[in-house]
Design a protein. Structure first.
Length: 94
């Protein structure tokens, strides 16, 4: 099992940790809810986050949710996951 295959949603975690909040320079990260804004958070972390941020993402949402967000049918959204990030997801997150 790779580091990217785990995936446990932490029920007590509602808001972004500071290490992830830095990626949301255009909004107030304190207003982002981890459950309600899942798609937005996944897309931003995949597009702008570091490998450590990706590990956090998998630990919170799981590999399946991340693969779904990065899938080609979801990349049709105007602000979706970039093609480069989606290719990395395909390679790293099984």
């Amino acid at each position: 099992m790779s580091d990217f295959e785990c995936g446990i949603i932490y029920p007590m975690l509602r808001f972004l940790p500071p290490t992830i909040a830095r990626l949301f320079w255009d909004v107030n990260p304190k207003k982002l809810n981890i459950s309600f804004h899942q798609r937005t958070i996944i897309e931003r972390v995949l597009n702008h986050g570091t490998l450590a941020d990706w590990h956090w993402l998998v630990s919170v949402y799981g590999a399946k949710a991340i693969r779904e967000a990065a899938s080609s049918r979801n990349r049709l959204r105007q602000n979706g996951v970039r093609a480069e990030s989606a290719r990395l997801v395909e390679m790293l997150i099984k």
